[in-house]
Design a protein around this ligand. Structure first.
Ligand code: PLP
Length: 392
């Protein structure tokens, strides 16, 4: 049976008394036990039964199980945001005196987490070019706890060679952690390319309609230690587990993820091709276009689709602001992979509090607009963008 079919059809662990077809939302903090021995079994982990919703909740466990079936991960943990998934992973792996080998091309908050927040606790950040394998080899040392990458960086749209990075990391005893927010697990298996821990913001493709915030960690066995993982410790001590309501929304989103993703990717490709012909658009940066420097590696890793995010460059910042202000259908909003199309000027928003020098180092340009292509008819999205560029 195909994974998509299995993931849709996963039965609840214990059926609801009314036979509800949709997973009930278990809005409860605690769970009652029949005997003291049952209680002890649950609390000590001998039996995987929920005892307290900071670490286990049936609605959240249902989402985790669906994603486990899809990815083939050993354990899946749902956190209350993408940043919680990333920060808990890095805190679990790192420690004072350790370092993280990563790139300057990172989601803004991940960059700040690694270079500011974790730095205060004695974790060093080695920011290198992950597409340069020799640099990677030289950067990893005995104190490297992990190599951290984004599979398609945001907003530079850079794609590193995952398989080669995994080989180098493993040879040197480091774990490869990949943020796969940009290309979902329904489309490619990061683990088959060598990724040890997959993290992603489920706010994006999984939730779909931008209904809720969430983050997922898929542990492919990297932190297993006598049945308990470092992530169990994180959930107990840092308390950033997903809420049942968010898990409900995201289980529903997950059921349509594969279908939505395919339409959004096709829309993005069609739109990117059309925008290349508009004179006001100086550059279209989409990994699905054959002239993109990452086209080949993206194809090899992710298959025939390339996701719903790409950027366009206009003449200058003023042109970008004018363009954004004139949009009628495409929404002026952050977020990615909503059902609706979205546009944002990353340099003045997501990266608005970074210095000009930092932005230069991160290749975040004043001329760039990031687009997230939705489920509208692509002709209408194109017409809106075209009218917003008129009179330039
Ligand atoms: C949005 C995003 C995050 C953070 O996720 P939240 O759910 O907003 O906390 C992390 N990484 C990437 C690549 C993202 O796009």
């Amino acid at each position: 049976m195909e994974k998509q079919t299995k993931a849709i059809d996963i039965p609840f662990n214990r059926p609801d008394v009314y036979g509800a077809l949709s997973i009930p939302v278990y809005h409860t903090a605690a769970y009652e036990f029949d005997t003291a021995a049952d209680m002890s079994d649950a609390f000590t982990g001998r039996v995987a039964a929920p005892d307290y919703s900071r670490v286990m909740n049936p609605t959240v466990m249902y989402l985790e199980e669906k994603i486990r079936v899809f990815t083939g991960g050993e354990k899946v943990y749902a956190f209350n945001s993408g940043m919680a998934a990333i920060s808990n992973t890095l805190v679990a792996l790192a420690g004072s005196g350790k370092n993280i080998v990563t790139s300057r091309h990172l989601f803004g908050n991940t960059y700040a987490l690694i270079t500011k927040s974790l730095k205060r606790y004695g974790v060093d950040a080695k920011l290198i070019d992950l597409t340069n394998l020799r640099e990677v080899e030289q950067a990893i040392d005995e104190n490297t706890c992990c190599v951290f990458m984004e599979v398609v960086t945001n907003p530079q749209c850079e794609v590193a060679d995952i398989e080669s990075l995994a080989k180098i990391a493993h040879k040197k005893g480091a774990v490869l952690v990949a943020d796969t927010t940009a290309i979902p697990f329904t489309e490619f298996s990061s683990h088959s390319l060598g990724v040890d821990i997959e993290v992603f913001s489920s706010t994006k493709y999984v939730s779909g309609g931008a209904t809720s915030i969430g983050g997922i960690v898929v542990d492919y066995g990297a932190t297993e230690d006598f049945g308990k993982t470092l992530f169990n410790e994180m959930l107990f001590n840092f308390g950033a587990y997903m809420t049942p309501h968010a898990a409900y929304m995201q289980s529903l989103g997950l059921e349509t993820l594969d279908a939505r993703y395919k339409v959004q990717s096709a829309n993005a490709l069609e739109l990117a091709k059309r925008l290349q012909h508009l004179p006001q658009v100086k550059r279209v940066n989409y990994i699905g276009l054959e002239d993109n420097p990452y086209y080949k590696i993206a194809r090899k890793q992710f298959g025939p689709t390339s996701g719903a995010m790409f950027t366009i460059d206009l003449a200058d910042k003023e042109a970008c602001f004018k363009f954004i202000n004139k949009l009628k259908l495409v929404h002026r909003a952050t977020n990615l992979f909503d059902n609706k199309s979205l546009a944002i000027h990353p340099a003045s928003t997501i990266f608005g509090n970074f210095t000009e020098e930092q932005k230069r180092e991160m290749d975040v340009l004043d001329t760039t607009i990031r687009l997230s292509v939705g489920l509208e008819n692509v002709k209408d999205i194109y017409e809106d963008i075209k009218q917003a560029l008129e009179e330039f």
